[in-house]
Design a protein around this ligand. Sequence first.
Ligand SMILES: C[S@@+](CC[C@H](N)C(=O)[O-])C[C@H]1O[C@@H](n2cnc3c(N)ncnc32)[C@H](O)[C@@H]1O
Length: 151
Amino acid sequence: MLELGAGPGAATEALRLRAGRVTSLEYDHGFAARLGARVSGTNASVIQGDATTLPFSGNTFSSAIAILMLHHLRSNELQDRAFAEIARVLRPGGVFLAFEIPDAWLHRVGHIRSTFVPVDPATASARLTVAGFSHATIDLSRGGFRIRALR
Ligand SMILES: C[S@@+](CC[C@H](N)C(=O)[O-])C[C@H]1O[C@@H](n2cnc3c(N)ncnc32)[C@H](O)[C@@H]1O
Protein backbone atom coordinates (compact mmCIF):
# COMPACT_ATOMS: atom_id res chain seq x y z
CA MET A 1 0.00 0.00 0.00
CA LEU A 2 1.09 3.55 -0.73
CA GLU A 3 0.15 6.15 1.90
CA LEU A 4 0.25 9.73 0.61
CA GLY A 5 0.83 12.62 3.02
CA ALA A 6 1.48 10.52 6.11
CA GLY A 7 2.28 13.53 8.32
CA PRO A 8 3.37 12.41 11.80
CA GLY A 9 2.04 8.93 10.98
CA ALA A 10 -1.29 8.84 12.81
CA ALA A 11 -2.61 6.24 10.34
CA THR A 12 0.62 4.50 9.38
CA GLU A 13 0.64 2.07 12.29
CA ALA A 14 -2.95 0.97 11.65
CA LEU A 15 -2.27 0.59 7.92
CA ARG A 16 0.85 -1.49 8.39
CA LEU A 17 -1.07 -3.94 10.59
CA ARG A 18 -3.56 -4.49 7.77
CA ALA A 19 -1.37 -4.33 4.66
CA GLY A 20 1.53 -6.62 3.80
CA ARG A 21 3.78 -3.67 3.19
CA VAL A 22 3.29 0.09 3.46
CA THR A 23 5.27 2.84 1.75
CA SER A 24 4.46 6.22 3.28
CA LEU A 25 5.23 9.32 1.24
CA GLU A 26 5.42 12.67 3.03
CA TYR A 27 6.40 16.11 1.71
CA ASP A 28 7.69 17.56 4.98
CA HIS A 29 11.29 16.51 5.60
CA GLY A 30 10.97 16.56 9.40
CA PHE A 31 7.81 14.45 9.49
CA ALA A 32 9.32 12.01 6.99
CA ALA A 33 12.56 11.63 8.94
CA ARG A 34 10.86 11.14 12.31
CA LEU A 35 8.28 8.70 10.98
CA GLY A 36 10.97 6.80 9.08
CA ALA A 37 12.96 6.35 12.29
CA ARG A 38 9.85 5.25 14.17
CA VAL A 39 8.82 2.51 11.74
CA SER A 40 12.36 1.40 10.93
CA GLY A 41 12.63 -2.39 10.90
CA THR A 42 8.90 -2.93 10.34
CA ASN A 43 6.91 -3.61 7.16
CA ALA A 44 6.56 0.17 6.66
CA SER A 45 9.04 2.53 5.04
CA VAL A 46 8.95 6.29 4.55
CA ILE A 47 10.01 8.41 1.61
CA GLN A 48 10.17 12.19 1.47
CA GLY A 49 8.48 13.27 -1.75
CA ASP A 50 5.69 15.07 -3.53
CA ALA A 51 2.35 13.41 -4.31
CA THR A 52 2.19 15.31 -7.61
CA THR A 53 5.44 13.75 -8.93
CA LEU A 54 5.66 10.30 -7.44
CA PRO A 55 9.13 8.71 -7.35
CA PHE A 56 7.87 5.22 -8.27
CA SER A 57 7.62 3.16 -11.44
CA GLY A 58 4.22 2.47 -12.94
CA ASN A 59 2.14 -0.48 -11.67
CA THR A 60 3.98 -0.65 -8.32
CA PHE A 61 1.19 -0.66 -5.72
CA SER A 62 -2.01 -2.61 -5.21
CA SER A 63 -3.62 0.20 -3.17
CA ALA A 64 -3.11 3.84 -2.26
CA ILE A 65 -4.61 6.02 0.46
CA ALA A 66 -4.60 9.77 1.08
CA ILE A 67 -6.07 10.85 4.40
CA LEU A 68 -6.65 14.61 4.60
CA MET A 69 -3.81 15.27 2.13
CA LEU A 70 -5.49 16.37 -1.10
CA HIS A 71 -6.69 19.74 0.22
CA HIS A 72 -3.05 20.58 1.03
CA LEU A 73 -2.20 20.65 -2.68
CA ARG A 74 -2.18 24.25 -3.82
CA SER A 75 -4.56 24.06 -6.80
CA ASN A 76 -7.08 21.83 -8.55
CA GLU A 77 -4.48 21.30 -11.28
CA LEU A 78 -2.00 19.90 -8.74
CA GLN A 79 -4.73 17.68 -7.29
CA ASP A 80 -5.47 16.37 -10.80
CA ARG A 81 -1.77 15.75 -11.33
CA ALA A 82 -1.69 13.75 -8.08
CA PHE A 83 -4.74 11.73 -9.20
CA ALA A 84 -2.96 10.91 -12.49
CA GLU A 85 0.24 9.99 -10.65
CA ILE A 86 -1.64 7.72 -8.25
CA ALA A 87 -3.36 6.03 -11.20
CA ARG A 88 0.03 5.56 -12.86
CA VAL A 89 1.68 3.83 -9.88
CA LEU A 90 -1.32 1.59 -9.11
CA ARG A 91 -1.59 -1.80 -10.75
CA PRO A 92 -4.69 -2.46 -12.87
CA GLY A 93 -7.51 -3.28 -10.46
CA GLY A 94 -5.74 -1.39 -7.65
CA VAL A 95 -7.83 0.71 -5.32
CA PHE A 96 -7.43 4.36 -4.34
CA LEU A 97 -9.04 5.60 -1.13
CA ALA A 98 -9.11 9.13 0.22
CA PHE A 99 -10.81 10.95 3.05
CA GLU A 100 -11.47 14.67 2.67
CA ILE A 101 -13.27 17.53 4.37
CA PRO A 102 -15.71 19.82 2.54
CA ASP A 103 -15.44 23.54 2.01
CA ALA A 104 -16.66 25.20 5.22
CA TRP A 105 -15.73 28.35 7.11
CA LEU A 106 -14.53 26.28 10.08
CA HIS A 107 -12.05 24.41 7.86
CA ARG A 108 -10.92 27.64 6.20
CA VAL A 109 -10.20 29.17 9.60
CA GLY A 110 -8.46 25.97 10.72
CA HIS A 111 -6.11 26.21 7.75
CA ILE A 112 -5.40 29.92 8.04
CA ARG A 113 -1.67 29.20 8.34
CA SER A 114 -1.59 26.33 5.83
CA THR A 115 -3.12 25.38 2.49
CA PHE A 116 -6.79 24.62 2.06
CA VAL A 117 -7.98 23.89 -1.48
CA PRO A 118 -11.08 21.80 -0.85
CA VAL A 119 -11.89 18.97 -3.25
CA ASP A 120 -15.45 19.44 -4.49
CA PRO A 121 -17.24 16.11 -3.91
CA ALA A 122 -19.62 16.93 -6.79
CA THR A 123 -16.82 16.91 -9.37
CA ALA A 124 -14.38 14.43 -7.79
CA SER A 125 -15.73 11.39 -9.61
CA ALA A 126 -15.39 13.02 -13.06
CA ARG A 127 -11.88 14.25 -12.24
CA LEU A 128 -10.81 10.75 -11.18
CA THR A 129 -12.20 9.31 -14.40
CA VAL A 130 -10.15 11.78 -16.46
CA ALA A 131 -7.08 10.76 -14.41
CA GLY A 132 -7.53 7.12 -15.40
CA PHE A 133 -9.74 5.62 -12.68
CA SER A 134 -12.99 3.76 -13.05
CA HIS A 135 -15.88 3.15 -10.67
CA ALA A 136 -15.18 6.27 -8.64
CA THR A 137 -17.63 6.65 -5.76
CA ILE A 138 -17.98 9.44 -3.23
CA ASP A 139 -19.59 8.70 0.14
CA LEU A 140 -20.73 11.79 1.98
CA SER A 141 -21.01 11.76 5.74
CA ARG A 142 -21.47 14.48 8.32
CA GLY A 143 -17.84 15.33 8.93
CA GLY A 144 -16.37 14.70 5.52
CA PHE A 145 -16.42 12.43 2.52
CA ARG A 146 -14.70 9.28 1.35
CA ILE A 147 -13.40 8.73 -2.16
CA ARG A 148 -13.02 5.24 -3.56
CA ALA A 149 -11.83 4.55 -7.09
CA LEU A 150 -10.44 1.63 -9.06
CA ARG A 151 -7.50 1.79 -11.42
C1 LIG B 1 -3.46 17.18 7.51
S1 LIG B 1 -1.94 16.30 7.30
C2 LIG B 1 -2.57 14.64 7.31
C3 LIG B 1 -1.57 13.66 7.88
C4 LIG B 1 -2.08 12.24 7.99
N1 LIG B 1 -2.54 11.71 6.71
C5 LIG B 1 -3.16 12.13 9.04
O1 LIG B 1 -4.35 12.00 8.68
O2 LIG B 1 -2.85 12.21 10.22
C6 LIG B 1 -1.53 16.54 5.57
C7 LIG B 1 -0.13 16.06 5.24
O3 LIG B 1 0.05 16.12 3.83
C8 LIG B 1 1.38 16.52 3.59
N2 LIG B 1 1.52 17.05 2.23
C9 LIG B 1 1.21 18.28 1.78
N3 LIG B 1 1.50 18.40 0.48
C10 LIG B 1 2.01 17.21 0.09
C11 LIG B 1 2.52 16.73 -1.14
N4 LIG B 1 2.56 17.50 -2.25
N5 LIG B 1 2.96 15.46 -1.19
C12 LIG B 1 2.94 14.67 -0.09
N6 LIG B 1 2.49 15.09 1.12
C13 LIG B 1 2.03 16.34 1.20
C14 LIG B 1 1.65 17.56 4.67
O4 LIG B 1 3.04 17.77 4.86
C15 LIG B 1 0.96 16.93 5.87
O5 LIG B 1 1.83 16.14 6.61
